[in-house]
Structure formats: C-alpha cells, structure tokens
Design a protein around this ligand. Sequence first.
Ligand code: COA
Length: 260
Amino acid sequence: MNYNNILTAFSQGITTITVNRPSKLNALNKATIKELHAAFKHADTDKNTKVIIVTGSGEKAFVAGADISEFAHFDSKKGKKLAQKGQELLFDFIENLSTPTIAAINGFALGGGLELAMACHFRVASNNAKMGLPEVSLGVIPGYGGTQRLPQLIGKGRALELIMTAGMIDTNQALSYGLVNHVTAPEDLLPLCEKIAGKIARNSPVAIGAAIKAVNANYKDGTNGFEVEIFEFGNCFDTQDFTEGTTAFLEKRRADFIGK
Ligand code: COA
C-alpha cells in the first residue's frame, strides 16, 4: 500500500508503523489518522504479523499531538466529530485489536501523541521522551481518549495534575507512574521493542487476542470482566492453538501455533 504520511515495514513477525511527518513533529492530521487506520487494519488481518510496533520518524518526536492547524477554526459540532471519528478510526480501534501493539515512544508524545501511545497495549520509551496532555493550554481538553486512559494508567490525581497543568513528564516520572514499562537509550528503543515482540510472538496469537479482550473488559462500562474472562477462557479450549500448546507441553517440545 502507498502512504504519504506513514511508513510501514515487516520483519520476523513484526509490522513497524512509523508516523512520518518529522517537519511537523509527526502531528496527526486527518490524512495521517486515515492512513494509520488502514495500516493497523492491514497488519491486524495479516496472518504473519504477530506484533505491531508504532513509532515516530526523526529523533525529536513520537507524535506532538493532533495537528493544531487543522482544527483551530472548528466549532463545537466539528470538534465533536473530530474526536468521535478519531476515537473510532484509531484510538479505540488500536486498543481493541487482537494483535498486540507496542508504542515505541522516541521523543515528544503530547496530546494526541500520548493518546496514541496510551491506546497501544503497552509503552516503551527512549530516555529523551517527554509526555503530556497539554490541551487545556489551547483551551480544549484531550479528545482522543486521554481523559479516560490516563487515569486508568496512572491514577486520577496524577492524571488530573498532568492535564490541568498542561505539563510534561520525563521518562523517570513516566516509569514511576507506570505509564511506560521500560526506558532505554534512543538507539536501543526499537531493538528492545523487537526483543519483547519476539517473546510475545512465540505464544498463541488466539490466546493473546482473548487475553486482550478480557483485560479490556475491565475498563468497559456495563461489562463484567470476570464473565468475559470465563467466556474467552472457555473458547480457548476449542482452538487448534490450545490443542497444539498443551500437546507440545506434554511432548516436551516447543509449540508451533497456527495463529490468527
Ligand atoms: N500541530 C501542528 N503542528 C505542530 C504540532 C502540532 N501539534 N506540534 C509541532 N508542530 C509543528 C510546529 O508548528 C512547527 O512547524 P513549522 O516549522 O512549520 O512552524 C514544527 O512542528 C516544529 O515544531 P516547533 O514548535 O518549532 O518545535 P520546538 O522544538 O520549538 O517545540 C514542542 C516542540 C513539542 C514543545 C512544540 O512543537 C509544541 O508545543 N507542539 C504542540 C504540542 C501540543 O500542544 N500538542 C497537543 C495538540 S492537541
């Protein structure tokens, strides 16, 4: 597929998607969001892709937010549509993918950039990264799920402080908050993500997809996560991956999962 605002690469079971607008610090305009949707969808349906990594182009930014120049003149109707479409096409979409998705945060992850990273299943950062939700400094609030996912990840008080001050935290703080799982030197960022992806790729893609659904259920209003867990757990027993995983264990060999 041809993209203008992103790059995609595939190697050893990993699809890497790079937001590629470095002159705008990889800000998410409408076209980029559409392309990201297409690339994530393509990777999720690709049988060979076991893990997706998303990162930003250049040394300075993961993504410095939604593209401010695109919405500066919007009214409330357009603003609501912007948030709704964005959440549907990208942020909720990623969170609910059955393919594990890692955000490799290589610099500024601000506003929509941090929201993109938070929609991923987990985050790894280079030690030059800076994270924040500065929207209130623009007279608006986070609209791509930031008011929901940040408190889920770091707690209500910390999230509100970060949102209300429009501040940025460094990776030490992000690590201590649990916002990122690991911090590395910039040159080690993708290799570390690939190493973790390699460990994930050895396991059953079907079971991993079910685990994502069950974990996500904890954060869905009106959904009982324990019931979702029982349902997904039971379903695993009818899959070829379960037969292969348990047989391989009993035969003392490594499982060769069929996958998606
Ligand atoms: N939307 C649109 N353009 C953006 C952008 C965004 N969110 N973030 C950066 N850019 C653009 C700048 O306008 C500039 O473009 P120009 O060279 O055509 O003028 C270019 O990217 C480089 O950014 P610049 O501000 O010059 O870099 P800096 O190193 O001085 O500052 C930041 C870096 C991240 C602190 C600063 O760019 C910033 O505050 N960006 C906006 C962050 C934000 O509020 N995000 C939430 C949006 S909802």
